[in-house]
Design a protein around this ligand. Structure first.
Ligand code: MG
Length: 261
């Protein structure tokens, strides 16, 4: 059973400064508010200034792990020295690290084919869009009405069970999105451990995220790090929570104050 997470700002976390933090962030819903159109999410100046400040202190590392493609997430942050990971950990790039999961390549052609078929079948539904992430794709239906959402989800399911029943895929459900990814035993939690192996021992991982895919990282880190969920929930493995995405600014403020002490 999960323990109810505690409110992050109620904790005395000064002890963090004894260790060097390695900060792991999810992107959508964590560093930026979730928006109807995923292509319009960009980090604001304050967020970028905090990230740069922490990096330049040389006392901490930063990684950003997103469900977006690596190319997309890198473009949106565009700061050197950060570890970036796309497709929920399947691809990673950072200081002295380039990784793409070896099992990805054979799966991609099936992903592409499934995307084409689903795309053709949902094109008439207003407010539903497909995001091509190269190794996977995401169907967004936040902007669709109730009927549209229902229809889009059933088409997604239908296409997979009728035309791709013999292909193993991973179906990931998120906030008003559904995603088709290669069937590989890999997730953000594994990616976090792989990135941690790339730096000297002694870093204290701090992971912040808001969605289901972040739960793998919360579980993977709970014995050695600080895990924080955006939004209070009992159904999480994270030990701490922030009330909402906007509190990420207070989080940065607090971390900077601790590092600078
Ligand atoms: Mg998120």
């Amino acid at each position: 059973m999960n323990l109810a997470p505690k409110y992050f700002f109620k904790e005395d976390l000064d002890w963090i400064k004894e260790k060097r933090p390695f900060l792991f962030f999810d992107f959508d819903g964590t560093l930026v508010p979730i928006q109807n159109d995923p292509s319009s999410c960009w980090p604001d100046k304050k967020i970028k200034a905090y990230l740069k400040k922490i990096l330049s202190s040389k006392l901490a590392h930063i990684a950003i792990l997103s469900g977006r493609s690596l190319k997309d997430i890198k473009k949106r942050i565009n700061i050197k020295g950060i570890y970036y990971s796309g497709n929920h950990g399947l691809e990673i790039i950072g200081p002295d690290l380039i990784f793409i999961h070896p099992e990805v390549k054979p799966a991609v052609k099936f992903i592409k084919r499934a995307k084409q078929v689903i795309s053709r079948n949902i094109s008439h539904i207003p407010g539903v869009l497909l995001e091509d992430k190269h190794l996977s794709f995401t169907m967004h239906f936040r902007m669709a009405d109730k009927e549209g959402k229902k229809l889009a989800k059933s088409i997604f399911k239908h296409v997979l069970s009728r035309e791709f029943y013999n292909i193993p895929f991973k179906v990931l459900k998120g906030k008003e999105v559904i995603e088709l990814a290669p069937f590989i035993d890999w997730d953000k939690g594994r990616a976090v451990h792989l990135i941690l192996k790339n730096v000297p021992e002694g870093y204290m991982p701090i992971y912040i995220g808001d969605d289901l895919t972040d739960e793998t990282a919360f579980s993977a880190l709970n014995n050695q790090g600080l895990t924080i969920r955006i939004g209070r929930s009992k159904k999480t493995s994270a030990r701490y929570y922030l009330k909402n995405q906007h509190e990420i600014y207070d989080f940065f403020k607090k971390i900077c104050a601790i590092i600078e002490k």
